[in-house]
Design a protein around this ligand. Structure first.
Ligand SMILES: Cc1cc2nc3c(=O)[nH]c(=O)nc-3n(C[C@H](O)[C@H](O)[C@H](O)COP(=O)(O)OP(=O)(O)OC[C@H]3O[C@@H](n4cnc5c(N)ncnc54)[C@H](O)[C@@H]3O)c2cc1C
Length: 495
């Protein structure tokens, strides 16, 4: 039997700019391309059907490119370690190559089980770092410089004609639970796959980026002017390296300020994932333990109202209904809905992180959990931002275009009234055939009161010795620029 190299696709569903695949091709062995939907994902409330569809659409797209080479991605479901055990009984596997994942606790534990199994069977597993992400004892001193170097120097076109793949016939005969790769369906959720990813990248770089920074916080305009590449990055249809290079090429003709802002966020992507890689505990626990004393009373009715978009604050509710339908919200609106849940409703961030993780098509644990904690003010290292939803509404959706789209029950109200429907007078209720508290709920809380109360409690904790001690501990482990480190030691809180 020929010896086989397995390339295990995880959050890297592409063929180009793929270091493990490149290395597999160079090994001159037969290559088997594998993707696994692990059983635990079906049970986890963080892994939604939306994510599965996106990945299957991505695989469908890969298979279109692979079919002339008489191969396809072996897409199977089950327990990863059992799948590898079965494969190793049928095939002569000499090594496995994959990217290293900075995933949730579940995926980390799965990888440990797979590693154990492979080691027992004498199969080498070589893991390649994702752009800029370091593990364990790898030095982080020059993190930023190393990141710049990698995006500049890495990247490659894959020459598939040099590869020899396990044929589709052989793959189909493997006694595993095969998953059908879906044909892409047009829906309000962005479709998965590299073909669509390249179209989004092209349209952003060619035209849509003009106005990026001006519209980045607007719930409606950001959907067009932001790149909308997050899901394609999160599931690896595109690599950061190729996006960065495309953006660099566009500088001479494009809008400099917009492209600069965009490129800086590509680095944030890795920066946040690095935080999570360094401290995976923040999937569950407050990053700064001094905040463990707050938000211990859960009000499930309020949490449900938040999830359903029935809080009585139109912009919050429009966002929650929009994300449930489309899987996307721009950054500011994500920050605002988290702020509303954690500061105004005073609920634990963990409940929201799970719910929104399943809603966001671009769910990336390495960004999601650190961002949630930043917005919930549990890091002890950043300033506390409590978004006032009506102010956000008036600033970012003044004409209520977004609100009307997602809250049809308010659509008839004029812009002057729609942001605070609970303030309508009885005469206005009759004029617009709208009943306060019946057609649309009254506000769950008064955000002037709830915001002030949350601010007072959180700032007191932030200034406490315990929070500062914790912040110093966190600082030691994380990637922070030397200037920032110095300033933070002097007690400066960053925004
Ligand atoms: C509570 C909360 C949860 C979030 N969860 C996720 C998540 O699960 N997955 C995810 O990709 N982003 C997450 N973000 C970050 C950000 O909101 C999205 O990356 C962005 O809105 C995606 O839209 P875009 O692709 O058009 O971004 P663009 O503005 O076009 O940015 C380009 C890329 O840069 C990266 N990026 C942009 N903003 C940030 C940021 N603030 N932090 C880190 N990377 C960034 C993303 O990869 C993005 O695709 C979260 C933000 C908050 C406040």
């Amino acid at each position: 039997m020929h010896s086989v190299t397995i390339v295990w696709f995880k959050r890297d569903l592409r063929l180009d700019n793929h270091a493990p695949l490149m290395n597999a091709i160079n090994s001159s062995r037969k290559i088997l391309l594998l993707w696994i939907y692990d059983d635990f994902m079906r049970q986890s409330s963080l892994h939604s059907e939306r994510h599965l569809c996106f990945q299957l659409e991505s695989i469908y797209d890969l298979n279109r490119h692979l079919s002339p080479l008489n191969t396809s991605v072996l897409a199977v479901e089950g327990k990863a370690e059992e799948i590898f055990a079965q494969l190793s009984e049928t095939l002569n596997i000499s090594e496995m190559l994959s990217y290293r994942e900075s995933g949730t606790h579940d995926t980390f534990e799965r990888d440990k089980r797979v590693k154990h199994l492979l080691r027992e069977r004498g199969i080498l597993w070589q893991e390649f770092p994702r752009t800029g992400i370091k593990r364990g004892s790898e030095t982080r001193q020059d993190w930023s410089r190393d990141w710049e170097h990698q995006v500049r120097e890495e990247g490659c076109q894959t020459d598939l004609t040099r590869a020899s793949f396990v044929s589709t016939d052989v793959l189909q005969q493997l006694a595993l639970k095969h998953l059908q790769a879906l044909a892409p369906k047009i829906s309000v959720v962005q479709p998965g796959g590299r073909t669509f990813a390249l179209q989004y990248l092209h349209s952003f770089i060619e035209a849509r980026h003009r106005g990026y920074f001006k519209h980045i916080s607007k719930p409606e305009a950001a959907r067009f002017h932001c790149s909308r590449l997050s899901a394609y990055i999160a599931w690896g249809n595109l690599s950061l390296v190729e996006i960065w290079k495309k953006a660099q090429d566009a500088f001479p003709e494009g809008s400099r300020r917009d492209l600069q802002q965009f490129v800086s966020r590509l680095k944030w992507q890795s920066h946040f994932i690095q935080k999570f890689e360094t401290d995976g505990r923040i999937e569950f626990d407050n990053q700064n333990a001094a905040f463990n004393v707050v938000r211990n009373d859960v009000n499930l009715h309020w949490v449900q109202a938040w999830k359903d978009g029935l809080t009585g604050y139109p912009l919050v509710d429009a966002c929650m209904r929009c994300v449930a339908a489309t899987g996307y919200l721009n950054f500011r609106m994500r920050a605002m809905v988290v702020s509303f849940l954690t500061h105004h409703l005073w609920q634990p961030w963990q409940l929201g992180a799970e719910w929104l993780g399943a809603q966001f098509l671009d769910f990336e644990p390495g960004i999601h959990f650190p961002q949630f904690q930043m917005q919930a003010a549990t890091t002890g290292m950043h300033t506390i931002r409590i978004y006032e939803p009506i102010k956000q509404s008036l600033e970012h959706d003044a004409e209520a275009v977004f609100i009307r789209k997602w809250l049809p029950e308010l659509a008839a109200l004029p812009a002057g009234l729609i942001h605070q429907p609970h303030l309508l007078t009885p005469l206005e209720e009759r004029m617009y055939s709208f009943r306060r508290g019946i057609d649309y709920p009254l506000p769950l809380v008064d955000t002037k009161v709830s915001g002030a109360k949350a601010g007072e409690i959180l700032w007191n904790i932030l200034k406490s010795q315990e929070a500062k001690k914790e912040a110093a501990r966190i600082l030691k482990a994380h990637v922070v620029s030397p200037e920032r480190k110095k300033a933070m030691k002097r007690g400066k809180i960053f925004s």
